[in-house]
Ligand binder design. Sequence first.
Ligand code: GDP
Length: 528
Amino acid sequence: MSYIDAVQSRRTFAIISHPDAGKTTLTEKLLLFGGAIREAGTVKGKKNTKHAVSDWMEIEKQRGISVTSSVLEFKYNSYHINILDTPGHEDFSEDTYRTLTAADSATMLIDTAKGVEAQTKKLFKVCKMRGIPIFTFMNKLDRQGRDPFELMEELEELLGIRSYPMGWPIGMGQSFSGVYDRINQKLELYNPDNPKDIDIIQLSGPDDPKLDEAINDEGLVSQFREELELLDVAGDPYDLNLIKSGELTPIFFGSAISSFGVQTFLEHFLSLSPSPSPRKSSTGEIDPLTNEDFSGFIFKIQANMNPAHRDRVAFLRITSGTFERGMAVNHVRLGKQMKLTQPTQFLAQSRNIIDKAYPGDIIGLFDPGTLRIGDTLVQNNTFEFAEMPHFSPEYFSTITVKEALKHKSFEKGIHQLTEEGAIQLFKTYNRFAEQQIVGVVGVLQFEVLEYRLKHEYKVDIQLERLPFTLARWVTGDEDALTVFKKTQRNLVTDRDQRIVALFENDFQMRTAADKYPDITFHENSYTQ
Ligand code: GDP
């Protein structure tokens, strides 16, 4: 296979959803289609684990390095697909956001009974910021859910995205009979007694009498026809450019648990979603199709929880060129050459040493401590990819070391954990007594922090929760900033000395925004 074919056959995407929407189930069905696994029940969700940190640590130890929170790879027809797994349950963290920066598109999975939920909204925002295409899968049609029109309205109201239903359901829950594919005029029939037995009928259009024969429920069929007409007249037109720029989301309907609608979704998704896209760098865009020199960036670092093996794995997303085992690359930040000797690819079930990989692929590099999130590795060049953003934490605590003598180990430990991206470290700004403040996206990270500092650095810490729930990176012209800095109390600096304002809630933040119209409040450090 030529290099260009290898690039064009790749699809790297993430599934974003709220816990329980069916992400594990959908992922598993996709892997089954691709033949990457043979039976259901192989992909493990994490929700069965309790919220206790000790359990979480145990799991990580047993697994060594968590495979489920990296990437799942499978082939389908001529496509090579990488699903980036976004930890979405109790270990929700900034990692989840950062993983999305390695995706070229996203699939938003929604439980039709629940609609757009909190976590989906947060993850959606990150995808929107990147302008990547977003596909929507409305799941659990076998159960009574909300009216599809209402769900479309919700996408627009809560997420600000318009939608184009690629298919339209006939009935729902007890009356669920199938989904009509608006693009190919195919009717996929649902058989509740044997959901795996899917009949597909080619129609000439929604008025085809074959539809009446197949469904045999006059009321349902006429309702479906009316709805489809309404969609044709009042709905958004199909616009591939808007889909590609992430402004229009194609909607698919199905039931992941019964594999219903999954294959149709997969096939449309593969034909509409982008192959590995160009990335911004210090020397302009790096397009994988025109740059055959290897380059990539680190988007995630995972420590091995087993104290006997202190090594870490750095996950690199390949941006351009062919990766070959043992190759020498420039570690641009350090200005050093490094050899990539033991690269690992994380397949559905096992870790394999790999010899070759292409743009869109994710490789795991064993890291003795020289790699950081956002680092660029590149062959024959010295450019750097755009900085990896920091996202607003939701929980904040002051952090102090219990024994002053352990100060050095403490500093080393929190520095390390900051680099891994598990926590963000801030310092109070302009206070008499400077304090360090830790911010995390998921509350479990506090416990992980305590545990790891104790076990890996032999340091006991004290955390004191602060009432803040939002961080905003602030920018503005000098005069405005000077006034703002003088009058605001809850200011901190991040590790790059940027000014960040902390707020207890949205209302407080909006009040400040109204009071200081010349200051911009950024949700992440990206937009600086
Ligand atoms: P995750 O938390 O998003 O990974 O969700 P899971 O895939 O673990 O699914 C959550 C629950 O929803 C499980 O009990 C699944 O069996 C169930 N589920 C997933 N897909 C469907 C579906 O299409 N229909 C129904 N009725 N249940 C589903």
